[in-house]
Design a protein around this ligand. Sequence first.
Ligand code: COA
Ligand code: AMP
Length: 638
Amino acid sequence: MRKDELSEFENAYTESIKEPEKFWFTAAQEIDWFKTPTKTLDISAAPHGHWFVDGELNTCFNALDRHINAGRGENAALIYDSPVTSTLKTFSFRELRDQVALCAGGLTELGVGRGDRVIIYMPMIPETIIAMLACARIGAIHGVVFGGFASAELAVRIDDARPKAIISASCGIEVNKVIPYMPLLNDAIKIANHKPSNVIVVQRSELESTLKKGRDLDWNDVLDNATPAECVPLKSTDPLYILYTSGTTGLPKGVVRDNGGHAVALNYSMKAIYNVEAGDVYWAASDVGWVVGHSYIVYGPLLRGCTTVLYEGKPVGTPDAGAFWRVISDHKVKSFFTAPTAFRAIKKEDPDASFVKKYDLSHFELLFLAGERTDPDTLEWAQEKLQRPVIDHWWQTETGWSIAANCAGYGLRPIKPGSPTLPAPGWHIDVLDEKSKPLPNGEVGALCGKLPMPPGSMLTLWEAPERFIESYFAEFPGYYKTADAGYLDDEGYVFVMSRTDDIINVAGHRLSTGGMEEVLSSHIDVAECAVIGVSDSLKGQVPVGLLVLKLGVERKNSEIIEECIQLVRKKIGPVASFKKAAIVSSLPKTRSGKILRGTMQKIADNEDYKIPATIEDASVLGKIDLAFQGVGLSNSRG
Ligand code: COA
Ligand code: AMP
């Protein structure tokens, strides 16, 4: 590694912190503006600042049209690789733009315009990306809902966003299971108070749905009859999308992203972090329903003019543990991004990585992991088997891109397993105690980002300005609270250890244990409950429920547990992976009544724990231990 490359990063980082306006003004020159911003940062706007406030642009124009105008119209923009349907399809920038313009025209004809919301509940098919970009083209705000969520979760999002239209598909395909989407969507619309005027449905040949007259329209009919729509100039701070993510209650947070800051930051990150340029092939194996999918399947690569891969499959089982290497080889992927859980799944099935040897990976340079902490075992395994740098990077739905990363575009820093390396440009990270005082290196505290947050960070929470301030800015004045705990080492490397709230990460999916507790509490026999995230060798964490039954309930425990498991699956969705629960006579609490979830989690994970001095009745802990053993956790694992 060259010394001057290291200093290039240091220079960039220092400028981003000391002179953020200069730094991001320069980055903004790489975006095409309809009206060039004269003001880079407006700190009066909100606690975290608004970016490029008087600029006007269109994100879709920057993702598609400008590449065509620059003569790259015939380059591949999107490769759809679907082992579950045996489909491979490539769209050039021109072909993708034409489809997007037609979809945008179709939406316009349905009365959808600037500021209107469109919910997108779809599987990993090109139409999902086309729908997102079509909304961006006309200034409609998309809200993509992950397909693994059930009707009730979808209904909450419909009521919160109040969409004029919903775009969906007849089905999704999970390995070899066909999941009908329309019954889920119809139920959600039935539950929701808000009713969309229209639903546009992509009919997939694996399962066609019956359309509701007067409300539902076939995707092909909408596009066939549409006039292509042009890009609408939007204010930099106009919302591009709402993406719902788990909060500490059952009500998800609607993270709102702007147009200007988002385009500047993502375009910058593609080179600075992932080291790719226009013409390179970039692949993020995630789902468009998550922030990783928004930022790095759709917007980031296309803004930069890269080819993006849309993969409808899994790391294993479609058809085998060599699936990722096959895609990387077939499409000449240069930078690849996925979640550590995917690697654990591959390692479990193919511990010697025998499939790696079958493919030509000569174009493949860098592997990026995020969504959860990359455990050193997984990192070292991947590094050894692939003989490529494996880069852990830390970010959140709220930030839209990395808070900490090893910025490959500036030359890699030494990798320390267990750390996502250094704060990314724009992020000054301090570790704070509960009085907001910075802690010395090595001490664990609240990881907080000094304000302003860099471009690309959330604009607000959808129609919840007070929750926005309360959740992120009230506890540590002058800082953004990440709600992650961790520490910095003497070289400034960040170590992210755990969440400070009740969010858990299951197979890289962010879920609220509080939300699951709300569902369990609604079961007729449950008096009280707690859900905790316990370690899992594949998914990182999985939820486990402890249920206290109402007095006098005499039904079989196993029946009640099964009903509770089904209830979470029905109300939240299969993605919750809620498969284990035990019935206990009481929960351990402090004398003031607070449930000791942290202590229970340590018992379940077989870790050392101290009996809290404030505990009401310490004997309950022994019973909890036994209950965990009954579901294969705690000491039973030995
Ligand atoms: N639509 C409908 N159902 C879905 C779904 C979707 N889009 N995504 C997941 N599900 C279902 C699964 O079929 C599964 O259902 P089941 O309980 O009937 O088996 C359930 O939700 C849990 O899914 P998941 O947690 O993904 O577990 P899995 O065993 O199916 O797969 C992995 C495990 C590791 C292979 C998988 O999680 C994976 O590929 N992860 C990659 C990382 C990733 O995408 N992370 C996202 C953020 S970067
Ligand atoms: P999400 O909003 O779904 O992207 O989830 C964000 C949360 O996932 C963070 O607050 C962290 O708790 C966790 N997370 C994401 N990436 C990492 C990482 N590289 N290391 C540790 N935790 C991570």
